[in-house]
Design a protein around this ligand. Structure first.
Ligand code: NAD
Ligand code: MLT
Length: 310
């Protein structure tokens, strides 16, 4: 019987699917070294964003046929190294779209109305109404950077809330943007005009540090930035300094250049920043979707059937 290692928390439904065809071992607290040590015995590896599947892990995985990422981004997998060894890498491109889009909208509203800090204060017994006069999103301009699956859903809901929409995405047609109610503009125009800027792009060499001191300097003083895409698209030092200096009004971040987030200038800031620990995909519905999606692909490959690769 083939063996599957599940090295990040995955919904039970995925484990049940894999158990039909394989022995499934769930080991979610392996160190880097332990992973390299155990991986030779496995035919398949199923992960979320916690496990880093480096070239070293892939090299050690002499029986590995497939790596399944229960989520969208495969940026924690060295895909070129896997491809060189003929190991298939699969993901779930759509299973958590709604979860990530809804988290983005929740972050935007939390930031606008200072909900996390007001909530924390009230739980400490303080009835403070005067510190938390927020802003409405109605009639404000939302700039969507990346109008793919998540960006499109965010745009659709934001439009229903009465927001005006700008979008920047070099790979999307004007017709598609218009269908979503967005005016497609150059990135600098979006930076200069938006009250809210939300990022829904992959992290690539082109998008690394896209939000930096220079791009922040183009934004309005009331601009608020939301990043539920990938850490490293924002220069965290630059954004912390801009918030401290009042150059922009706020930021809501779910993802960080290094995760888990350790010591960071971001955590010392106040109500102008909202931070969540990479929770974009963390809904029961999304975790069931991605677990089924990826477990079925792994099962099929272990049964010798063709795969849909990432
Ligand atoms: P998608 O592929 O559907 O959309 C990405 C869009 O970005 C595409 O339309 C593409 O044309 C565009 N794009 C690519 N490079 C660009 C660039 N340089 N400038 C502007 N646009 C560019 O992906 P998606 O499913 O919408 O996911 C978006 C991001 O959200 C990914 O980074 C994904 O990993 C991340 N994500 C995070 C969570 C979370 O837990 N926080 C959950 C799901 C997805
Ligand atoms: C993804 O790319 O799908 C997300 O980062 C979700 C996750 O971490 O599970």
């Amino acid at each position: 019987m083939p063996k599957v290692l599940v090295s990040d928390p995955i919904d039970q439904v995925g484990i049940d699917i894999l158990s039909q065809v394989a022995q499934v071992d769930v080991k979610t607290d392996l160190s880097k070294e332990q992973l390299v040590e155990v991986i030779p015995e496995y035919d398949a590896l199923m992960i979320r964003s916690g496990t880093r599947v480096t070239a070293e892990v892939i090299e050690a995985g002499r029986n590995l046929k497939i790596i399944g990422r229960a989520g969208v981004g495969v940026d924690n997998v060295d895909v070129p190294a896997a491809t060189r060894k003929g190991i298939i890498v699969v993901n779930s491109p759509e299973g958590n779209t709604i979860a990530a889009a809804e988290h983005t909208l929740a972050m935007m509203l939390s930031l606008s109305r200072y909900i996390p800090e007001a909530n924390a204060k009230l739980k400490q017994g303080k009835w403070d109404r005067k510190s938390y006069t927020g802003n409405e999103v109605y009639n404000k301009t939302l700039g969507v950077v990346g109008l793919g699956k998540i960006g499109a859903h965010v745009a659709t809901v934001a439009r229903a809330m009465g927001m005006k929409l700008l979008a920047y995405d070099p790979f999307i047609s004007v017709e598609r943007a218009e269908q979503l109610g967005c005016s497609l503009v150059e990135l600098d125009v979006l930076f200069q005009s938006a009250d809210y800027i939300t990022l829904h792009i992959p992290k690539t060499p082109e998008t690394a540090n896209l939000i930096n001191a220079d791009s922040i300097a183009k934004m309005k003083p009331n601009a608020r930035i939301i990043n539920c895409a990938r850490g490293g698209i924002i220069d965290e030092t630059a954004i912390a300094e801009a918030l401290k200096a009042g150059k922009i009004a706020g930021a809501a971040l779910d993802v960080f250049s290094s995760e888990p987030l350790g010591e960071s200038p971001l955590t010392a800031l106040g109500k102008e920043i909202v931070l969540t620990p990479h929770l974009g995909a963390s809904t029961e519905e999304a975790q069931v979707n991605v677990a089924i999606d990826v477990a079925e692909q792994i099962r099929d490959v272990l049964l010798g059937e063709p795969a849909r690769s990432a």
